[in-house]
Design a protein around this ligand. Structure first.
Ligand SMILES: [Zn+2]
Length: 233
């Protein structure tokens, strides 16, 4: 029987695997591998014994390993943002401070440089910067597609939210997640089409996907991106 080393909220298994233990009001033991940092998280009932926890994790070794290599592959696919760089529309830009550049900055797409008078390394300022960009870029693209495919929409809002990429209200108001400005352009275009199609079809039924296929035939790749790599943005 494997023992493991128990700490307050974690356990180090005999194979040196570090696992975070989350005690919760649940009935079942569950395991997941975090896509953000490849950490193994195990949720257990409040009264679970150390012996049961070790046994449960021991039982799921091959699942954990498979899951971890999947997550590692996914993370490798994603462009990693290093200090002094910024992910913008799927490309990594070097960030430079320039007193003449203004808040929104100058974006040199050719050389992948952003010049700005604000500190783009500050999380708050950076968030605001993405929002400004989104407010400028998204309504323009929405307008072009709406005119081309006859969609009628209301207001456009840009919000920082955790899980949703976008939404469309029954009044046709469109809502986009600021984070989409970090995704490649094809994913941004798809998201816009997706929400615009919801102004006609308020569901994800066959007609909805037919319309998506008609307006944006490359949708499958974008949908996959938003579901997988997009989670890392
Ligand atoms: Zn939808």
């Amino acid at each position: 029987m494997k023992m493991g080393l128990f700490f307050d909220r974690s356990i180090v298994m005999d194979n040196h695997q570090y696992i975070e233990i989350i005690k919760k009001k649940v009935k079942r033991f569950t395991l997941r591998v975090s896509i953000k940092d490849n950490k193994i998280l195990c949720t257990v009932p409040i009264r679970a014994s150390n012996k049961d926890i070790v046994a449960f994790i021991g039982h799921h070794q091959s699942w954990i390993e498979k899951q971890q290599s999947k997550v590692a592959a996914l993370r490798a696919l994603h462009i990693q943002e290093k200090p002094g760089t910024l992910l913008f529309m799927g490309d990594l830009y070097a960030v430079h401070f320039d007193t003449n550049a203004g808040f929104k900055g100058i974006i040199d797409k050719e050389d992948k440089i952003i010049m700005s008078t604000i500190n783009l390394e500050s999380p708050e300022q950076k968030k605001q910067w993405y929002k400004e960009q989104a407010l400028e870029i998204i309504p323009r693209i929405v307008k072009i597609y709406a005119e081309r495919y006859d969609f009628i929409y209301g207001n456009i809002a840009i919000k920082s939210q955790k899980s949703k990429w976008g939404s469309c209200s029954s009044k046709g108001n469109l809502n986009f997640n600021t984070k989409i400005m970090r995704a490649p352009e094809y994913a941004l275009h798809y998201l816009i089409i997706h929400e615009l199609v919801h102004t006609k079809y308020f569901h994800h039924g066959a007609e909805f996907w037919q319309e998506i296929e008609h307006c944006y035939p490359e949708w499958k790749q974008a949908e996959l991106y938003l579901k997988r790599e997009g989670r890392l943005l």
